[in-house]
Design a protein around this ligand. Structure first.
Ligand code: A3P
Length: 324
């Protein structure tokens, strides 16, 4: 069982005895902890991060649900924060950009799936300021110091229908030989019931959306669709929020567009490293690049499915005016 197949901390093993568990999506169990679903390994990482991670005021966090545009935002944040290093004194330096050599997931690490996944307290002393981290942990379960410090949180969310379709493809690819994979209908039902990795999807979004309304200086709420539609506007918004606005010279120099091009689906997905490489965890890099479009759900969902999921979205988000 799941208790035997992982390097789990005693605390995690103990806790697992009292948590509701469910199977689906992947050939591994999911557990309901503080209102959200985690696979066993990730739960180990969440608990460890909650215990050990100490935020610094200058830290920057990327937050999201899986399949909401995490890979893209990792690339954008890296390019934005390191922009002076990779353009001065000459543009040739762009060719050395880390994003051209590595997948964004090996450059910006997730707390629960990478840094803390073994249940240990990793040495973060080599991180330079501002430290950049990512996590799918919902707002309620963030390590306390993340909420209490002045660190900045950038949340990326995406239309629930596209997020679902992307998640369905991704989990099928991650499951060897179709073991444990679900039909589209089964997966859709699970998603709508709130059972998905780091879900319920809507509660996750709401946690961060409310936090962004209450603490606009701490939490920035981005939408995948807006990023696609008006990338330069959104990138400048992000830079302003992080306290590193583009200067007039940089804008005139085309630096905003340069970052958008570097991080675009077309550019990143065609790089050799992302076509044939693997993450340090063994994941295929190409699994993070599928279509990268808005509205692909029309090719998968029936009118009944659309009605069901739209109704949930309206019920959950309608009062707050959050629309997709
Ligand atoms: P699709 O499956 O709809 O194509 P995440 O990074 O959170 O895992 O999300 C993955 C989704 O983002 C996938 O969506 C993927 O194709 C898309 N994506 C990856 N890189 C992107 C980029 N640079 N620009 C836009 N979308 C991107």
């Amino acid at each position: 069982t799941y208790l035997q197949c992982h390097n789990l901390t005693d605390e995690c093993k103990e806790l697992l005895r009292s948590l509701a568990s469910e199977n689906g999506w992947l050939p591994t169990s999911h557990h309901l902890y503080q209102g959200f679903w985690y696979i066993t390994r990730h739960l180990n990482g969440v608990l460890s991060a909650q215990h050990h991670f100490k935020a610094q005021d200058s830290d920057i966090f990327l937050l999201s649900q899986p399949k909401s545009g995490t890979t893209w935002l990792k690339a954008i944040l890296l390019a934005l924060l390191n922009r002076s290093r990779y353009s001065e004194p000459d543009r040739q330096l762009l060719l050395d950009h880390p994003l051209l050599q590595k997948n964004p997931h090996d450059l910006v690490l997730h707390l629960e799936t990478r840094l803390y996944v073994e249940g240990t307290n990793p040495d973060l002393s080599s991180f330079t300021s501002p430290r950049l981290f990512a996590t799918h942990i919902p707002f309620v379960s963030l390590p306390e110091s993340v909420k209490e410090s002045k660190c900045k949180l950038v949340y990326m969310c995406r239309n629930p229908k596209d997020t679902f379709v992307s998640l369905w493809h991704f989990t099928r690819e991650m499951s060897p030989n179709d073991i444990g994979t679900n039909t589209l209908e089964e997966a859709f039902d699970m998603f709508c019931r709130g059972f998905s990795m780091f879900g319920p999807h809507w509660d996750h979004v709401l946690g961060y959306y409310k936090a962004s309304l209450e603490m606009p200086h701490k939490v920035l709420f981005l939408k995948y669709e807006e990023m696609k539609d008006k990338p330069s506007e959104q990138l400048k918004r992000l830079a302003d929020f992080l306290g590193c606005p583009f200067s007039r010279e940089e804008e005139a120099d085309g630096r905003v567009d340069e970052i958008i091009r570097l991080c675009s689906f077309n550019n990143l997905s065609k790089l050799e490293v992302n076509q044939t490489g693997k993450l340090l965890t063994g994941h295929e890099n190409k699994s993070f690049f599928r279509k990268g479009e808005v509205g692909d759900w029309v090719n998968y969902l029936t009118p009944e499915m659309v009605e069901r999921i739209d109704r949930i979205t309206e019920e959950k988000f309608g009062d707050l005016g959050l629309k997709f």
